[in-house]
Design a protein around this ligand. Structure first.
Ligand code: NDP
Length: 239
């Protein structure tokens, strides 16, 4: 049966691959984006998904986007929290604003959207929430303390919410990508990307579609007995 799917951070990268994945299998999809108007328009034209412009780091904006999405979709079956930012910074150089921006974008947005989704899902006694964490939420990355902390927070959110919502028939899971070829890594030069590929047992950088496929599985009936799981999609990185 076709599902109603909301994806945050859907205009580019992993989120856009997820939009394509779900629309290709006939699901009804809405996606939230922030600044990439042109890419959002192109993706909407290509896939038929509904684009919604919002800043999910702002709770009010995220809540409004959620209402708009459920109006467009006629409800919600699957929420994918994919919106995120990354930044390299020495720990002592991370400003209060940069810390807040990171936590609000990567973690609080998932809290806000999941809470709104849970209200609907609990009453319908079904639903799936999938968070996009990171290998660094599990391992920690030097010069990415705020990013790593936000992604570790997503692990905790996933595991705790899975316990709380399980009795209502709702699953909550997380994918934890390694290094994936998207705009997020565009600040890394060719040599750095080569080094990361060499540090990956599968000897290459991952593709957004490979993460979307695992998200798609977690959203499928085949994953009906999986909850609270944080699944690496990292080619074995880091060793
Ligand atoms: P991209 O930079 O390609 O895409 C990020 C997406 O998040 C964009 O669609 C962007 O919207 C959206 N976004 C960012 N801030 C906001 C905001 N305030 N409100 C709404 N949307 C926002 O990155 P990826 O596709 O690579 O990343 C997707 C997720 O995967 C992130 O959570 C990231 O942390 C995670 N990840 C990525 C890895 C990688 O190597 N690429 C590795 C591990 C995890 P817009 O385009 O409109 O600005």
């Amino acid at each position: 049966m076709n599902k109603r799917v909301l994806i945050s951070g859907g205009a580019r990268g992993i989120g856009a691959a997820a939009v394509k994945y779900f629309t290709a299998q006939g699901d009804l999809v809405a996606f939230i984006y922030h600044r990439a108007d042109e890419k959002a328009r192109e993706l909407a034209n290509l896939t038929g998904a509904f684009p919604i412009k919002a800043d999910v780091s702002d709770a009010q904006s995220a809540k409004s986007a959620f209402v708009e999405a459920t109006n467009q979709l006629g409800g919600i079956d699957i929420l994918i929290n994919c919106a995120g930012i990354a930044e390299f910074s020495l720990f002592t150089d991370i400003s209060d604003d940069a810390w807040r921006r990171m936590i609000d974008t990567n973690l609080s947005s998932a809290f806000t959207l999941s809470r709104e989704a849970a209200k609907v899902m609990v009453s319908q006694k079904s639903g799936k929430i999938i968070n996009v964490g990171s290998v660094w939420g599990r391992m920690g990355a030097s010069c990415e303390v705020h990013y790593s902390a936000s992604k570790a927070g997503l692990r905790g959110l996933t595991q705790a919410l899975a316990k709380e919502l399980g009795p209502s028939g709702i699953t909550v899971n997380c994918v934890e990508p390694g290094v994936i070829d998207t705009d997020m890594n565009s600040m890394l030069d060719e040599a750095a990307m080569k080094e990361l590929a060499e540090a990956t047992p599968l000897c290459r950088i991952g593709k957004a579609e490979e993460v979307a496929a695992v998200i798609g599985f977690l959203a499928s009936d085949g994953a009906s007995f999986i909850t609270g799981a944080c699944i690496p999609v990292d080619g074995g990185f880091p060793v």
